[in-house]
Design a binder for this molecule. Structure first.
Ligand SMILES: Nc1ncnc2c1ncn2[C@@H]1O[C@H](COP(=O)(O)OP(=O)(O)OP(=O)(O)O)[C@@H](O)[C@H]1O
Ligand SMILES: [Mg+2]
Length: 165
C-alpha cells in the first residue's frame, strides 16, 4: 500500500464567515503503480486534498500514511526531507527558476541534498523526455526563460523540465 487515507477531515476557519468543512471523513487506499484522477466541481476540495497529501498543510483530523510514513508524525524539518524524497508535484504554474538553465532547474533538488551525482541524474531525467532535439541543456541558448507571451514551445518545454525535476 503506497497511500492510506483514513477518516480525513479538513475544515477552514475564517474570522468572519462560518467554518468551511471541505473534507469530511475521506477514506482512500492506493497501491504502488496505481493512477488516480481526482475529479470534482470547483470548490469541492481537490486542491485542499492535494495540499494535505503533499504535506503543505495539515488535516483537521484523520491520518495520511504515505509510503509507510504517517505524515502527522513528522516535524517541519523531517517533513521537508520526506517531501523531497517521496513527493513530486507538477504545478499548473511550473515554478521553474527563470535564471537557471533547464539542467540546473532539474538538478536543484538533488543539489540541495548535496547529491554528488546531481548533474548526471538531471541529465538522465532530461534525456528520458524528448529534449534531445533542443541541443545542450546547459548552453545559454537553452536557458529557460519566463515568456511574457506564453510562447507555446516554452510552455511545453517548461512542463517537461518540471517533470524531469
Ligand atoms: N485557505 C483557505 N481558507 C478558507 N477557505 C478555503 C481555503 N482554501 C480553500 N478554501 C475553501 O475550500 C473549498 C475547497 O477549495 P479547493 O481549492 O480545495 O477546491 P478545488 O476543488 O480545488 O476547486 P477548483 O476546481 O476551483 O480548483 C472552497 O470552498 C474554498 O473556498
Ligand atoms: Mg483546485
Amino acid at each position: 500500500m503506497i497511500l492510506q487515507i483514513s477518516e480525513l477531515y479538513k475544515t477552514f476557519q475564517t474570522a468572519s464567515l462560518p467554518p468551511v468543512e471541505v473534507l469530511k471523513n475521506l477514506n482512500l487506499e492506493m497501491e504502488a503503480g496505481e493512477t488516480l484522477a481526482i475529479l470534482g466541481q470547483s470548490g469541492s476540495g481537490k486542491s485542499t486534498l492535494l495540499t494535505l497529501l503533499a504535506g503543505l498543510d495539515s488535516p483537521s483530523s484523520g491520518s495520511i500514511i504515505l509510503n509507510g510514513q504517517n505524515m502527522d508524525e513528522l516535524d517541519e524539518e523531517s517533513l521537508s526531507k520526506f517531501r523531497a524524497l517521496n513527493i513530486g508535484i507538477i504545478f499548473q504554474q511550473f515554478h521553474l527558476m527563470s535564471h537557471l538553465t533547464a539542467m540546473e532547474n532539474v538538478s536543484l533538488p538533488l543539489d540541495l541534498f548535496q547529491d554528488a551525482d546531481a548533474t548526471e541524474k538531471a541529465r538522465q531525467a532530461l534525456d528520458h523526455g524528448t529534449f534531445q532535439t533542443h541541443g545542450s541543456f546547459s548552453t545559454p541558448a537553452f536557458r529557460w526563460r519566463v515568456s511574457a507571451r506564453g510562447h507555446s514551445q516554452g510552455h511545453g518545454g517548461s512542463s517537461k523540465h518540471t517533470a524531469g525535476r
